[in-house]
Design a protein around this ligand. Structure first.
Ligand SMILES: Nc1nc2c(ncn2[C@@H]2O[C@H](COP(=O)(O)OP(=O)(O)OP(=O)(O)O)[C@@H](O)[C@H]2O)c(=O)[nH]1
Ligand SMILES: [Mg+2]
Length: 178
């Protein structure tokens, strides 16, 4: 049976923990701790080490899902978590002050891994803030010389997150995504 690993990253509150929770076929492992400074993100806790879940594909493959902490002070986990991964999902929160700056920051931070593997981008909270648009993201990504799939996703919705994962898998191996 084939086993693969993908990693979710992105800024605080983008929905990494929520997304893994939504699609995992096993009870997810979370390492959230209460955080008093999280009120501006409409949530009371933040990931301090990692999230973990598993998605079972129809072909019998297992996709191991790892989520990074969003906070930069835990960035020592980022290199550890990408080890052995086949692709990266970058979640961006459209209500943040400057989502393009977040995008640049994470593309830079994970540039080596992205170069070696594959990338898909999900933009969350578009129901709360509809700008920038997905087209705006595509334009900005052209400046980086990359063309990853970009979707609007609600991290709470299993279908949305699942489509994003399928897009990433498809870009790696069209046979893997069904
Ligand atoms: N309205 C709305 N809320 C969303 C959407 N996606 C996620 N959320 C909410 O946004 C919050 C995301 O929180 P987390 O999943 O903890 O975010 P995280 O990326 O794990 O954050 P850190 O671990 O702190 O880096 C949750 O309260 C979700 O319910 C969306 O598309 N729309
Ligand atoms: Mg989290």
């Amino acid at each position: 049976m084939s086993q693969y690993k993908i990693i979710f990253t992105g800024p605080v509150g983008a929905g990494k923990t929520t997304a893994i929770n939504a699609i995992s076929d096993t009870p997810p492992v979370k390492t959230d701790a209460a955080a008093s400074d999280m009120t501006k993100n409409r949530k009371a806790s933040t990931t301090v080490a990692m999230d973990y879940g598993v998605m079972n594909l129809a072909g019998g493959e297992k996709i191991h899902l790892y989520g990074t902490p969003g906070q930069e002070r835990f960035d020592f986990m980022w290199d550890i978590l990408v080890n052995g991964g086949i692709g990266l999902i970058l979640l961006l929160d459209n209500t943040r002050a400057d989502p393009f700056q977040d995008m640049k920051f994470f593309l830079d931070a994970f540039s080596k891994f992205i170069n070696d593997t594959s990338l898909a981008i999900g933009v969350t909270q578009m129901d709360l803030s509809n700008r920038p648009t997905i087209d705006d993201y595509h334009s900005r990504l052209q400046e980086f010389g990359i063309k990853p799939p970009v979707f609007a996703v609600d991290a709470r919705e299993k279908n949305d997150v699942s489509l994003l994962v399928q897009a990433l898998l498809y870009s790696l191996d069209p046979g893997l995504a069904e």
